[in-house]
Ligand binder design. Structure first.
Ligand code: NAD
Length: 482
């Protein structure tokens, strides 16, 4: 079966690209071409935005929440039916171990869509409030045409976190996925067609940075939903600020795992691969800084080192693999440059630090641990986006909190303790959009997002619907005027 794609999904149909630009999607483990996809130019973006605008002005823009819920549930079922294949496809594109991809890419889109289908139904409720002068009817309509721009690391989950609330609110969407994972984006297109979503409600066109930038500024776009690097997020935020265009930004992170003096280290190290190294470290909320109490410092360093050294590196499609290859040669070079800087900084390398010798192809980097890393070191401050952890000692809990919070970022974080009250108190003091106690688990029911340079706004939960809803207060005629 060929994985090549040659069209965009625009206005409910396959549209010929305006230019001949294509991307070759390379399989991370084999370094061979997995398939090709067209890359959008400005004319393609224009057509997609026009289709989304037309759909908004058409019957879709007048649907009830209950009608949309039905359509979204059909879409969810079509996504779910493709789930296993999708999980494998993404693993081949970006190297994500299959054990993670099945949930993160295979089935999470359907779960997210079903969840927001339920919330769509709540939008139909009549909200009339008594007021001082008259009653006010609060109307919840769609904010309009949404530009959804996504990265390659969790391409399916992150796209669904935008598409699902947007459709629930009655918006229409132009999805621009990252070129590295252009192929799996077509699952949304195929499922939308299969589920009979009305033409133009979801438009899918892979494209590069320029296409993304053009889409963000497009006069036909009403809201931008972006996940990606902090650098790109700043650029997009500047444009949206100038245009006064609503924008949600989910950006980078350098989160901390605060290991309290009473922590259960077995529990901590069992969870470490998932909490700190998920998707080969290419996870925005990964807890890549480990803060260890001086009283147990050597024990924590040894436990982290042993755990990381024992991880199984290999073919992402093998169910037992824990660490797969990175997404691209460029990403591996970036990660190895961080590791080299770490070696030069005087930090103590206790695990990894190189590329595995026994794997013939694939952009692998050994999971790596540096101990004795000062929080001021570049390795503790910059997002590596690869399997590289640092361990930093602290004297007491006040210092631990100060270290955790001394970061440009604030997206994830964990606290490890056997005392629930201490856990809750420490979690409260960490400056971050999300914190886990003795685990970390993103949940569709809870708002997810960052503070500081990790972003603006929230996705997931009812809060994730709000950015797509336009509120209008209609001040009803006073009793005496009727
Ligand atoms: P990236 O910012 O380079 O690209 C992300 C997407 O934005 C791609 O589709 C890209 O084509 C597009 N893009 C890039 N510059 C743009 C611009 N100026 N205008 C419009 N579109 C633009 O990021 P990446 O390298 O693909 O992904 C890795 C980054 O994403 C990491 O920093 C990671 O932490 C972050 N991330 C954050 C979250 C989160 O929820 N906070 C989740 C996953 C990834």
């Amino acid at each position: 079966m060929t994985l090549d794609r040659s069209h965009f999904l625009v206005d409910g149909d396959w549209r010929d690209p305006a230019t001949g630009a294509i991307v070759e999607v390379i399989e991370a483990a084999t370094e061979k071409v997995l398939g090709t996809a067209p890359l959008a130019g400005t004319a393609d973006v224009d057509a997609a935005v026009a289709a989304a605008r037309a759909a908004l002005a058409g019957p879709w823009g007048r649907t009830t929440g209950a009608e949309r819920a039905e359509a979204i549930r059909r879409f969810a079922a079509a996504m779910k039916a493709r789930g296993r294949g999708t999980a494998e496809l993404v693993s081949r594109e970006n190297g994500m171990p299959r054990s993670l991809s099945v949930g993160a890419n295979g089935f999470s889109p359907a779960i997210t869509l079903d969840y927001y289908a339920g919330l769509a139904e709540t939008l139909d409720a009549d909200d009339v409030r008594p007021g001082l002068l008259s009653r006010t009817r609060v109307r919840r309509g769609p904010i309009g045409v949404v530009a959804a721009i996504t990265p390659w690391n969790y391409p399916q989950a992150l796209a669904a976190m935008k598409i699902a609330p947007a459709l629930a609110a009655g918006c229409t969407v132009v999805l621009k996925p990252a070129p590295e994972t252009a192929l799996d984006a077509y699952v949304f297109a195929d499922a939308a067609l299969g589920a009979g979503l009305p033409p133009g409600v979801l438009n899918v066109l892979p494209g590069g940075r320029e296409a993304g930038a053009y889409l963000v500024e497009h006069p036909g776009v009403d809201k931008v939903a972006f996940t990606g690097s902090t650098a790109a997020g700043r650029a997009i935020g500047e444009v949206c600020g100038r245009l006064l265009r609503p924008v949600t930004l989910e950006l980078g992170g350098k989160s901390a795992s605060l290991v309290a003096a009473d922590a259960d280290l077995d529990l901590f190290t069992r969870a470490l691969p998932e909490v700190s190294l998920a998707n080969n470290g290419q996870t925005c909320h990964a807890c890549t800084r480990i803060l260890a109490p001086r009283s147990r410092y050597a024990e924590v360093v040894d436990a982290v080192t042993d755990t990381v050294r024992a991880l199984r590196i290999g073919d992402p499609l093998d169910k037992t693999t824990q660490i797969g290859p990175l997404v691209s040669a460029a990403q591996r070079e970036r990660v190895l440059a961080h590791v080299d800087a770490g070696r030069r900084s005087g930090a103590r390398l206790t695990a990894g630090g190189s590329t595995p010798a026994d794997l013939g192809s694939g952009w692998f980097v050994e999971p790596t641990v540096f101990a004795d890393v000062a929080n001021t070191d570049a390795l503790a401050r910059q997002e590596v986006f690869g399997p590289v952890l640092v361990v930093t000692p602290y004297a007491d809990e006040d210092e631990a909190i100060a270290l955790a919070n001394d970061s440009e970022y604030g997206l994830g974080g964990t606290v490890w303790t056997t005392d629930p009250e201490r856990g809750a108190a420490l979690a409260d003091r960490i400056e971050s959009g999300t914190v886990g106690i003795n685990h970390y688990g993103l949940d569709v029911l809870g708002p997810f997002g960052g503070v500081k340079s990790s972003g603006l706004g929230r996705e997931m939960g009812p809060e994730g619907l709000a950015p797509y809803v336009a509120l209008k207060s209609v001040y009803l005629a006073p009793e005496r005027s009727r």
